[in-house]
Design a protein around this ligand. Structure first.
Ligand SMILES: [Mg+2]
Length: 122
């Protein structure tokens, strides 16, 4: 089973993602509520895929992406974006984000992004 770490400061977003992913047969490795927690939990859980919100308190998703990819260059990270985040998206591309999904979530886009990550796995 492919494991996913969900990172988002919004409880509602985490819960929607969790439902979509579980229905599609993914295992939820854990949930982090900010970038700092994400970096710590990534090292502990070594999930196959991460879904990473961008705007979060303490440490945002861009910095967490940077730190995770620094330690784990093969990490597959799907960035969760909202309207008006084009610059952040470009930064995320440079830092090695695997895929992007925009809020509000559409089930099909989420699954497509995760399927793409699966193909990148060795
Ligand atoms: Mg957020």
């Amino acid at each position: 089973m492919i494991s996913v770490l969900i990172v988002d400061d919004s409880r509602t977003s985490r819960s929607i993602l969790k439902d979509i992913l579980e229905r599609a047969g993914y295992k939820i490795a854990g949930e982090a509520i900010n970038g700092k927690e994400a970096v710590e939990m990534y090292a502990k859980l070594l999930p196959d895929i991460v879904t990473m919100d961008i705007t979060m308190p303490e440490m945002d998703g861009i910095e967490a992406l940077r730190q995770i990819r620094q330690g784990y260059p093969d990490a597959r990270i799907v960035m969760i974006t909202a309207a008006g985040q084009k610059e952040k998206m470009l930064e995320a591309v440079k830092l090695g984000a695997t895929e992007f999904v925009s809020k509000p979530f559409m089930e099909e886009s989420v699954i497509d992004a995760l399927e793409h990550c699966k193909k990148e796995m060795k």
